[in-house]
Write a protein that binds this ligand. Structure first.
Ligand code: HEM
Ligand code: HEM
Length: 221
């Protein structure tokens, strides 16, 4: 009997979750219909992950936009509103990241969207992990700095959050510096990450970016 080694069987079982026609021990493993009508081997990220990914980009741009627009405004009431919006969008980023981590845990393992060298895969995964850490740490530092400065934090005025730390001016200054440094780190990392995605799309012409696009955009070939 020509049996396949265990490791290969495991890999084929994983593959069969994403591709309907996989040969396992000489049998065709049918996984029902193909959920996205993609040709075999064409990976697509889960729709919810795609939605959360692009929503995060928009919400980060809004959070950063509010804080920079505030620099150009003198009116006190408007400045208060803009920083409140900054905090709310910033907190939403953390909530989106938590939801995303939840989807990733439920849909483990995500199949690779293209062939990559172990070094490229490691670089991509390290960058994704660093992005997740910053998506959670940056809003937390923001919340901490607001608390240390004795300022209120709420999510669009709907839910008030308790202070994270006791009021402390020095701590507030330190956390403000960390917050600014972490924000630039996040934006820098996003720039590198986006450049890598565009490199895959336009130079290597693989599916890495397409797998992360909404189906209607991916369908436009
Ligand atoms: C991903 C989310 C966030 C990003 C990208 C972000 C980014 C920024 C940036 C670029 C600044 C300007 C830094 C400076 O010039 O000093 C800033 C300032 C500020 N952020 Fe955030 N922020 C985020 C989340 C939050 C959250 C959740 C809060 C509070 C709950 C917050 C509170 C503040 C405050 C109070 C300032 C003003 C600091 C000061 O005046 O020194 N941020 N943020
Ligand atoms: C705020 C901006 C962004 C953040 C925080 C971010 C974060 C992430 C993270 C954490 C992942 C890992 C997969 C996941 O869990 O969703 C990912 C995947 C991905 N991102 Fe972004 N991203 C951002 C913007 C962009 C932009 C502007 C592009 C394209 C120009 C892009 C293209 C991609 C692609 C193609 C993947 C899939 C990579 C793969 O399959 O290995 N992202 N992104």
């Amino acid at each position: 009997m020509n049996r396949q080694p265990d490791g290969i069987v495991r890999q084929l079982k994983v593959a069969s979750r994403y591709c309907p026609r996989v040969i396992l021990n000489g049998r065709m493993v049918m996984n029902g219909f193909h959920p996205h009508g993609l040709a075999s081997g064409e990976v697509r990220r889960p729709a919810l992950l795609i939605l959360l990914h692009w929503a995060t980009l928009i919400v980060i741009l809004l959070a950063v936009g509010m804080v920079f627009y505030r620099e150009t405004v003198d009116d006190k009431a408007q400045r208060v509103l803009l920083i409140a919006l900054h905090k709310s969008f910033g907190l939403s980023v953390a909530l989106l990241a938590l939801a995303r981590l939840g989807v990733r845990l439920l849909r483990r393992p995500l199949p690779p969207s293209t062939e990559m060298s172990p070094l490229s895969r490691f670089a991509a995964e390290a960058a994704h992990m660093a992005l997740y850490i910053l998506l959670l740490a940056l809003p937390l530092i923001g919340w901490g700095l607001s608390s240390a400065n004795g300022k209120p934090v709420s999510l669009f005025g709907l839910v008030s959050l308790p202070p994270l730390v006791e009021p402390d001016e020095d701590l507030g200054d330190t956390l403000a510096e960390y917050h600014e440094a972490a924000a630039w780190l996040l934006l820098g990392l996003v720039a590198v990450h986006a450049a890598a995605a565009l490199f895959h799309h336009f130079v290597r012409r693989d599916r890495v970016l397409r797998a992360m696009l909404p189906a209607w955009l991916d369908a436009r070939r």
